[in-house]
Design a protein around this ligand. Structure first.
Ligand code: SF4
Length: 215
């Protein structure tokens, strides 16, 4: 596994490659970010961003979404995967925000994961992007990049990947690193065709060297 120093060396190179890495889900409030992240489970940010303008135009706040007809929510998000369950979850989430949190998105992980459709990853994204709380959300890109570079063990589960990243990266860099690793995974170290031949990290990447040797 990469040492702390080598991990930061790799991440600094990613920062240079993607200096503008940031959340790509369109939103205008913590509430809209929360809903967009729930909708993005097993779906692309692009597909979510296509559906949310109409959804948020009709139902911009918890008050409006909580009383929206379920069928209309379904219609507005039906281009996103798992839309029926997600429609139920975001409506129930808005209801719970009103009932238990005075219509505001809570800032703690414990409260966030009590909301329908919100797991640890979603809570971490909202904590980091809406409230500036240090958190590393491990999505498919963060997990793949961490494993390919051997920042964490190949057989680590998502929680172990998160813990390893938190141990090796200074807290104040968690949110920035989360976005940067997503960009690196989404646009460079792609799942099927990683760009190893032009990768500035090839010198320290066993996966990349193996791929280049077997080409
Ligand atoms: Fe990803 Fe290839 Fe770069 Fe390794 S060398 S980090 S596998 S793109």
């Amino acid at each position: 596994m990469l040492s702390k120093e080598k991990t930061m060396e790799a991440i600094e190179i990613m920062y240079d490659m993607f200096p503008d890495a940031a959340c790509e889900l369109t939103h205008k409030s913590p509430f809209q970010l929360l809903i967009a992240v729930i909708l993005s489970a097993q779906a692309t940010d692009v597909s979510v961003n296509k559906a949310t303008p109409a959804l948020f135009a009709a139902y911009p706040t918890p008050e409006e979404l909580a009383t929206a007809p379920l069928e209309d929510i379904i219609q507005k998000i039906k281009t996103i995967g798992l839309y029926r369950n997600k429609a139920k979850n975001i409506k129930a989430c808005a209801v719970q925000l009103l009932d238990q949190f005075d219509g505001k998105v809570p800032e703690s992980r414990e409260e966030l994961v009590s909301l329908p459709g919100v797991g640890r990853k979603t809570a971490n994204v909202v904590m980091g992007d809406a409230f500036g709380e240090p958190a590393i959300a491990v999505d498919t890109h963060v997990e793949r990049v961490s494993k390919r570079l051997r920042i964490c063990k190949l057989d680590a589960n998502v929680m172990e990947v998160e813990r390893t990243l938190m141990r090796k990266i200074p807290k104040e860099l968690w949110v920035k690193t989360h976005h940067t690793m997503i960009f690196f995974g989404r646009y460079h170290c792609l799942a099927r065709n990683p760009k190893c031949d032009s990768c500035p990290l090839l010198y320290m990447c066993q996966e990349g060297k193996t791929r280049m040797n077997t080409k």
